[in-house]
Design a protein. Structure first.
Length: 237
């Protein structure tokens, strides 16, 4: 029987893997060791071990480089490993000052959450939640499963608004395109009809998001709460 790897074995594997990744960074030995130590310490704090997606490790290396003021190297690293959204990486510390747990990275990697520069709100980033990326058979599209999951997702996204003390925007995209909330644009007097997978309408989803964000305001020390916008139009009834 193959013995289970010990903690020491896993630590050595991680060090070797990080060293292999950092070969492209062209850092001196001291800087490379500092980056590897910062990434290792963070993964240990998150209780994460290999195997992990290299794209996630590339992000952590970028964040470590920024923390160590290796900004030119960090910029080149982001460009080489396609970490950016335009010219700025999504998880640049100036945009996302808090840590980046694996679950948060996975939300962005799945494109369920995406940032977009906006002309309004003084150019602040609008964080868009795309319901088209949710799988109906997984979510169940029922209040009992969807709403707790949506609350957890918003709690993970909350650090995006910490730097602005809660000021910002959350956009809801794909509610109608996914058949999730087919609320007619023109209200009719007859009873609404929903698909089997859409027990809630768009207004209910928006109200729920606003309540969750309002509940986060005091614990996170925000002076205000993000506004929630629709990013697409309802279908004509």
């Amino acid at each position: 029987m193959i013995p289970l790897p010990t903690a020491a074995d896993e630590a050595e594997l991680l060090r070797d893997h990080l060293a292999a990744l950092l070969c492209d960074a062209r850092l001196d030995t001291t800087a490379a060791e500092a980056v590897a130590a910062a990434v290792t310490a963070y993964l240990d704090d998150q209780q994460l071990t290999l195997p992990l997606p290299d794209d996630y490790l590339h992000l952590l290396i970028y964040r470590a480089l920024r923390t160590l003021n290796q900004n030119d190297t960090a910029r080149l690293w982001a460009q080489t490993h396609h970490l950016g959204n335009g010219d700025v990486p999504i998880f640049d510390p100036e945009i996302w000052p808090g840590p980046v747990p694996l679950i948060v990275w996975q939300l962005f990697a799945s494109r369920l959450v995406r940032p977009a520069r906006t002309i309004t709100a003084e150019g602040r980033i609008l964080w868009a939640l795309d319901f088209r990326r949710l799988r109906q058979e997984q979510a169940g599209w029922l209040e009992i499963t969807l709403l707790p999951g949506l609350r957890a997702l918003l709690e993970q996204l909350a650090p995006a608004w910490d730097e602005s003390s809660g000021a910002g925007l959350l956009g809801l995209r794909g509610l109608y395109a996914a058949g999730f909330a087919p609320t007619p644009r023109r209200r009719r007097k007859k009873a609404k009809t929903y698909s089997a997978y859409a027990p809630l309408d768009a207004a209910a989803i928006r109200s729920f998001c606003l309540r969750v964000l309002a509940n986060l305001q005091q614990p996170r020390g925000w002076s205000t709460t993000p506004d929630v916008l629709y990013l697409d139009f309802s279908r004509k009834g």
